[in-house]
Design a protein around this ligand. Sequence first.
Ligand code: PMP
Length: 330
Amino acid sequence: MRIHHSMISLVGNTPLLKLNSVTAGIQATVLAKVEYFNPGGSVKDRIALRMIEAAEESGALLPGGTIVEPTSGNTGVGLAIVAQQKGYKCVFVCPDKVSTDKINVLRAYGAEVVVCPTAVDPEHPDSYYNVSDRLVREIPGAWKPDQYSNPNNPRSHYETTGPELWDQTEGKITHFVAGVGTGGTISGTGRYLKEVSDGAVKVIGADPEGSVYSGGSGRPYLVEGVGEDFWPTAYDRTVTDEIIAVSDKDSFQMTRRLAKEEGLLVGGSCGMAVVAALRAAEPLGPDDVVVVLLPDSGRGYLSKIFNDEWMADYGFLSDSGPSASVGDVL
Ligand code: PMP
Protein backbone atom coordinates (compact mmCIF):
# COMPACT_ATOMS: atom_id res chain seq x y z
CA MET A 1 0.00 0.00 0.00
CA ARG A 2 1.32 3.47 -0.85
CA ILE A 3 0.53 5.15 2.46
CA HIS A 4 2.13 7.57 4.89
CA HIS A 5 2.31 6.35 8.46
CA SER A 6 2.37 9.80 10.08
CA MET A 7 2.01 13.46 9.11
CA ILE A 8 5.73 13.69 9.82
CA SER A 9 6.62 11.82 6.63
CA LEU A 10 4.69 14.44 4.63
CA VAL A 11 7.13 17.20 5.61
CA GLY A 12 9.20 18.51 2.67
CA ASN A 13 9.34 17.35 -0.97
CA THR A 14 7.11 20.28 -1.94
CA PRO A 15 6.38 21.01 -5.62
CA LEU A 16 8.18 23.45 -7.89
CA LEU A 17 5.75 25.44 -10.02
CA LYS A 18 6.51 27.63 -13.05
CA LEU A 19 5.08 31.16 -12.80
CA ASN A 20 3.45 31.99 -16.14
CA SER A 21 1.55 35.26 -15.75
CA VAL A 22 3.28 37.63 -13.34
CA THR A 23 6.49 36.96 -15.30
CA ALA A 24 5.27 38.68 -18.50
CA GLY A 25 8.20 40.33 -20.29
CA ILE A 26 10.82 38.29 -18.43
CA GLN A 27 13.03 35.91 -20.41
CA ALA A 28 14.32 33.79 -17.53
CA THR A 29 12.32 30.86 -16.18
CA VAL A 30 10.88 31.73 -12.75
CA LEU A 31 9.87 28.78 -10.55
CA ALA A 32 8.08 28.86 -7.19
CA LYS A 33 8.83 26.35 -4.40
CA VAL A 34 5.36 26.10 -2.89
CA GLU A 35 5.80 25.41 0.81
CA TYR A 36 2.13 25.47 1.78
CA PHE A 37 2.04 21.83 0.64
CA ASN A 38 3.75 20.92 3.92
CA PRO A 39 1.33 19.29 6.42
CA GLY A 40 1.26 22.34 8.73
CA GLY A 41 0.88 24.65 5.74
CA SER A 42 4.31 26.28 5.83
CA VAL A 43 8.06 25.96 5.35
CA LYS A 44 8.42 25.92 9.15
CA ASP A 45 7.46 22.22 9.36
CA ARG A 46 10.96 21.48 8.07
CA ILE A 47 12.74 23.27 10.91
CA ALA A 48 10.30 21.99 13.55
CA LEU A 49 11.07 18.40 12.60
CA ARG A 50 14.86 18.86 12.44
CA MET A 51 15.07 20.88 15.68
CA ILE A 52 13.03 18.25 17.56
CA GLU A 53 14.99 15.31 16.13
CA ALA A 54 18.29 16.97 17.03
CA ALA A 55 17.07 17.65 20.58
CA GLU A 56 16.08 14.00 20.90
CA GLU A 57 19.53 12.92 19.68
CA SER A 58 21.36 15.26 22.07
CA GLY A 59 19.14 14.35 25.03
CA ALA A 60 17.86 17.93 25.42
CA LEU A 61 14.33 16.60 24.83
CA LEU A 62 13.41 13.42 26.69
CA PRO A 63 10.26 11.25 26.34
CA GLY A 64 7.25 13.07 27.76
CA GLY A 65 9.09 16.42 27.66
CA THR A 66 7.55 19.82 26.96
CA ILE A 67 8.46 22.15 24.11
CA VAL A 68 8.28 25.84 25.10
CA GLU A 69 8.68 28.48 22.38
CA PRO A 70 7.62 32.11 22.03
CA THR A 71 5.77 31.83 18.70
CA SER A 72 2.29 32.44 17.42
CA GLY A 73 2.74 31.50 13.87
CA ASN A 74 3.98 28.93 11.44
CA THR A 75 6.78 27.60 13.66
CA GLY A 76 4.22 26.88 16.38
CA VAL A 77 2.05 24.88 13.99
CA GLY A 78 5.03 22.83 12.80
CA LEU A 79 6.22 22.16 16.35
CA ALA A 80 2.68 21.31 17.51
CA ILE A 81 2.17 18.69 14.79
CA VAL A 82 5.57 17.02 15.21
CA ALA A 83 5.28 17.14 19.04
CA GLN A 84 1.81 15.61 18.99
CA GLN A 85 2.92 12.77 16.72
CA LYS A 86 5.96 12.07 18.89
CA GLY A 87 4.17 12.38 22.25
CA TYR A 88 5.57 15.70 23.54
CA LYS A 89 3.60 18.55 25.09
CA CYS A 90 3.79 22.08 23.70
CA VAL A 91 3.43 25.42 25.47
CA PHE A 92 3.55 28.48 23.20
CA VAL A 93 3.84 32.00 24.47
CA CYS A 94 2.46 34.80 22.35
CA PRO A 95 1.65 38.50 22.71
CA ASP A 96 -2.00 39.56 23.03
CA LYS A 97 -1.95 41.32 19.63
CA VAL A 98 -2.01 37.89 17.94
CA SER A 99 -5.37 37.05 16.38
CA THR A 100 -7.60 34.53 18.16
CA ASP A 101 -7.71 32.51 14.95
CA LYS A 102 -3.96 31.88 15.17
CA ILE A 103 -4.19 30.95 18.85
CA ASN A 104 -7.11 28.60 18.14
CA VAL A 105 -5.12 26.82 15.43
CA LEU A 106 -2.36 26.01 17.94
CA ARG A 107 -4.93 24.87 20.53
CA ALA A 108 -6.66 22.72 17.90
CA TYR A 109 -3.44 20.72 17.52
CA GLY A 110 -3.39 20.20 21.29
CA ALA A 111 -0.87 22.87 22.27
CA GLU A 112 -1.27 25.10 25.33
CA VAL A 113 -1.06 28.83 24.57
CA VAL A 114 -0.09 31.45 27.16
CA VAL A 115 -1.07 34.97 26.11
CA CYS A 116 1.02 37.89 27.45
CA PRO A 117 0.34 41.62 27.41
CA THR A 118 1.91 43.54 24.50
CA ALA A 119 1.89 46.84 26.39
CA VAL A 120 4.77 46.06 28.79
CA ASP A 121 8.56 46.52 28.46
CA PRO A 122 10.63 43.47 27.45
CA GLU A 123 12.15 43.55 31.00
CA HIS A 124 8.73 43.29 32.68
CA PRO A 125 8.10 39.86 34.32
CA ASP A 126 4.89 39.44 32.29
CA SER A 127 6.56 40.18 28.94
CA TYR A 128 6.42 37.57 26.25
CA TYR A 129 10.21 37.00 26.50
CA ASN A 130 10.33 36.69 30.29
CA VAL A 131 7.31 34.42 30.52
CA SER A 132 8.77 31.92 28.06
CA ASP A 133 12.13 31.91 29.91
CA ARG A 134 10.35 31.41 33.22
CA LEU A 135 8.28 28.51 31.87
CA VAL A 136 11.44 26.79 30.61
CA ARG A 137 12.92 27.06 34.12
CA GLU A 138 9.76 25.97 35.93
CA ILE A 139 8.37 23.12 33.77
CA PRO A 140 10.24 19.85 34.40
CA GLY A 141 11.65 18.43 31.15
CA ALA A 142 11.11 21.72 29.27
CA TRP A 143 13.12 22.46 26.15
CA LYS A 144 13.15 25.67 24.10
CA PRO A 145 14.00 25.22 20.40
CA ASP A 146 14.80 28.95 19.85
CA GLN A 147 14.54 29.11 16.07
CA TYR A 148 16.58 32.35 15.97
CA SER A 149 19.76 30.75 17.28
CA ASN A 150 19.22 27.01 16.70
CA PRO A 151 21.71 25.73 14.06
CA ASN A 152 19.22 22.99 13.14
CA ASN A 153 16.99 25.67 11.62
CA PRO A 154 19.41 26.45 8.74
CA ARG A 155 20.60 22.82 8.81
CA SER A 156 17.10 21.55 7.96
CA HIS A 157 17.21 23.62 4.77
CA TYR A 158 20.78 22.53 3.98
CA GLU A 159 19.62 18.92 4.25
CA THR A 160 16.21 19.14 2.56
CA THR A 161 15.24 22.37 0.73
CA GLY A 162 18.61 22.78 -0.99
CA PRO A 163 18.94 19.18 -2.27
CA GLU A 164 15.27 19.17 -3.38
CA LEU A 165 15.83 22.28 -5.51
CA TRP A 166 19.02 20.95 -7.09
CA ASP A 167 17.27 17.69 -7.89
CA GLN A 168 14.00 19.23 -9.12
CA THR A 169 15.82 21.62 -11.48
CA GLU A 170 18.33 18.93 -12.52
CA GLY A 171 21.10 21.31 -11.52
CA LYS A 172 19.81 24.11 -13.80
CA ILE A 173 18.96 26.57 -11.00
CA THR A 174 20.99 29.79 -11.40
CA HIS A 175 19.38 32.08 -8.78
CA PHE A 176 17.66 31.41 -5.45
CA VAL A 177 15.42 34.06 -3.88
CA ALA A 178 13.87 33.89 -0.39
CA GLY A 179 12.57 36.26 2.25
CA VAL A 180 14.69 36.61 5.38
CA GLY A 181 13.09 36.22 8.83
CA THR A 182 15.25 34.15 11.15
CA GLY A 183 17.50 33.71 8.09
CA GLY A 184 17.31 29.92 8.34
CA THR A 185 15.81 29.33 4.88
CA ILE A 186 18.22 31.49 2.92
CA SER A 187 21.33 30.49 4.89
CA GLY A 188 20.80 26.72 4.76
CA THR A 189 19.36 26.45 1.24
CA GLY A 190 21.80 29.03 -0.12
CA ARG A 191 24.84 27.35 1.40
CA TYR A 192 23.88 23.97 -0.07
CA LEU A 193 23.22 25.42 -3.55
CA LYS A 194 26.52 27.33 -3.55
CA GLU A 195 28.47 24.25 -2.51
CA VAL A 196 26.87 21.92 -5.03
CA SER A 197 27.25 24.43 -7.91
CA ASP A 198 30.82 25.55 -7.03
CA GLY A 199 29.51 29.01 -6.22
CA ALA A 200 27.57 29.45 -9.47
CA VAL A 201 24.12 29.87 -7.90
CA LYS A 202 23.38 33.46 -6.83
CA VAL A 203 21.53 33.84 -3.54
CA ILE A 204 19.22 36.83 -3.16
CA GLY A 205 17.39 37.86 0.00
CA ALA A 206 14.07 39.68 0.00
CA ASP A 207 13.42 42.04 2.89
CA PRO A 208 10.64 44.45 3.86
CA GLU A 209 11.66 48.12 3.56
CA GLY A 210 12.58 49.21 7.09
CA SER A 211 14.14 45.92 8.28
CA VAL A 212 17.81 45.71 9.31
CA TYR A 213 18.77 43.22 6.58
CA SER A 214 18.36 45.86 3.88
CA GLY A 215 19.92 48.64 5.99
CA GLY A 216 16.74 49.86 7.69
CA SER A 217 16.36 50.98 11.28
CA GLY A 218 13.78 48.34 12.21
CA ARG A 219 10.85 50.71 11.56
CA PRO A 220 7.47 48.99 11.30
CA TYR A 221 6.13 47.26 8.22
CA LEU A 222 3.13 45.02 7.75
CA VAL A 223 4.49 41.99 5.90
CA GLU A 224 4.56 39.15 8.46
CA GLY A 225 7.27 36.58 9.15
CA VAL A 226 10.16 38.42 7.50
CA GLY A 227 12.53 41.25 8.38
CA GLU A 228 13.97 41.89 11.82
CA ASP A 229 15.13 44.65 14.10
CA PHE A 230 18.16 42.56 15.20
CA TRP A 231 20.59 40.10 13.56
CA PRO A 232 19.78 36.48 14.55
CA THR A 233 22.59 33.89 14.64
CA ALA A 234 20.54 31.57 12.38
CA TYR A 235 21.30 34.06 9.57
CA ASP A 236 24.67 33.63 7.84
CA ARG A 237 25.11 36.84 5.89
CA THR A 238 28.13 35.48 3.96
CA VAL A 239 25.74 33.28 1.93
CA THR A 240 23.64 36.14 0.54
CA ASP A 241 24.95 37.91 -2.58
CA GLU A 242 22.32 40.64 -2.60
CA ILE A 243 19.35 41.89 -0.57
CA ILE A 244 16.38 43.50 -2.31
CA ALA A 245 14.05 45.69 -0.20
CA VAL A 246 10.35 45.58 -1.10
CA SER A 247 7.55 47.87 0.13
CA ASP A 248 4.40 46.57 1.85
CA LYS A 249 2.31 47.88 -1.01
CA ASP A 250 4.29 46.08 -3.72
CA SER A 251 4.36 42.90 -1.58
CA PHE A 252 0.59 42.84 -1.03
CA GLN A 253 -0.35 43.78 -4.58
CA MET A 254 1.82 40.91 -5.86
CA THR A 255 0.32 38.55 -3.26
CA ARG A 256 -3.14 39.29 -4.67
CA ARG A 257 -1.92 38.83 -8.25
CA LEU A 258 -0.49 35.40 -7.35
CA ALA A 259 -3.97 34.28 -6.23
CA LYS A 260 -5.79 35.86 -9.20
CA GLU A 261 -3.37 34.97 -11.98
CA GLU A 262 -1.39 31.91 -10.87
CA GLY A 263 -3.95 30.17 -8.61
CA LEU A 264 -1.57 30.53 -5.67
CA LEU A 265 -3.30 31.69 -2.47
CA VAL A 266 -0.18 32.56 -0.50
CA GLY A 267 0.95 34.87 2.32
CA GLY A 268 2.37 38.39 2.12
CA SER A 269 6.01 37.34 2.44
CA CYS A 270 5.45 35.27 -0.72
CA GLY A 271 4.34 38.33 -2.68
CA MET A 272 7.38 40.15 -1.31
CA ALA A 273 9.74 37.36 -2.41
CA VAL A 274 8.17 37.22 -5.88
CA VAL A 275 8.63 41.00 -6.36
CA ALA A 276 12.32 40.57 -5.49
CA ALA A 277 12.61 37.52 -7.78
CA LEU A 278 11.12 39.42 -10.72
CA ARG A 279 13.46 42.37 -10.13
CA ALA A 280 16.41 39.97 -10.04
CA ALA A 281 15.15 38.14 -13.16
CA GLU A 282 14.57 41.30 -15.23
CA PRO A 283 18.08 41.55 -16.76
CA LEU A 284 18.54 37.76 -17.10
CA GLY A 285 18.36 35.65 -20.27
CA PRO A 286 16.38 32.55 -21.34
CA ASP A 287 18.92 30.10 -19.91
CA ASP A 288 18.57 31.45 -16.38
CA VAL A 289 16.41 29.60 -13.85
CA VAL A 290 15.29 31.67 -10.87
CA VAL A 291 13.70 29.81 -7.95
CA VAL A 292 11.67 31.76 -5.39
CA LEU A 293 10.54 30.12 -2.16
CA LEU A 294 6.94 30.80 -1.06
CA PRO A 295 6.77 30.12 2.73
CA ASP A 296 3.07 29.82 3.52
CA SER A 297 -0.57 29.92 2.46
CA GLY A 298 -2.86 32.95 2.16
CA ARG A 299 -5.50 31.44 4.47
CA GLY A 300 -4.04 33.22 7.49
CA TYR A 301 -4.35 36.64 5.84
CA LEU A 302 -7.92 36.65 4.51
CA SER A 303 -9.02 39.55 6.72
CA LYS A 304 -6.00 41.65 5.75
CA ILE A 305 -4.32 41.23 2.35
CA PHE A 306 -7.40 39.67 0.76
CA ASN A 307 -9.79 42.20 2.31
CA ASP A 308 -10.38 45.23 0.04
CA GLU A 309 -11.32 47.50 2.93
CA TRP A 310 -8.12 46.79 4.88
CA MET A 311 -6.02 47.25 1.73
CA ALA A 312 -7.79 50.52 0.87
CA ASP A 313 -7.34 51.92 4.42
CA TYR A 314 -3.58 51.68 4.02
CA GLY A 315 -3.68 53.00 0.43
CA PHE A 316 -2.42 49.68 -0.90
CA LEU A 317 -5.10 49.35 -3.61
CA SER A 318 -4.39 52.57 -5.48
CA ASP A 319 -1.32 54.50 -6.60
CA SER A 320 -2.04 57.29 -4.12
CA GLY A 321 -0.48 57.49 -0.66
CA PRO A 322 -1.78 55.76 2.48
CA SER A 323 -4.72 57.11 4.48
CA ALA A 324 -3.65 55.14 7.57
CA SER A 325 -0.16 54.29 8.75
CA VAL A 326 1.48 51.20 10.17
CA GLY A 327 0.66 50.97 13.87
CA ASP A 328 -2.87 52.39 13.50
CA VAL A 329 -5.41 49.91 14.81
CA LEU A 330 -7.78 49.27 11.93
N1 PMP B 1 7.63 34.08 5.61
C1 PMP B 1 6.88 33.66 6.64
C2 PMP B 1 5.39 33.77 6.56
C3 PMP B 1 7.50 33.14 7.79
O1 PMP B 1 6.75 32.71 8.82
C4 PMP B 1 8.91 33.08 7.82
C5 PMP B 1 9.59 32.56 9.06
N2 PMP B 1 9.80 33.55 10.05
C6 PMP B 1 9.66 33.55 6.74
C7 PMP B 1 8.97 34.02 5.64
C8 PMP B 1 11.16 33.61 6.74
O2 PMP B 1 11.84 32.40 6.87
P1 PMP B 1 13.18 32.29 7.72
O3 PMP B 1 12.81 32.44 9.18
O4 PMP B 1 13.70 30.94 7.41
O5 PMP B 1 14.13 33.36 7.31
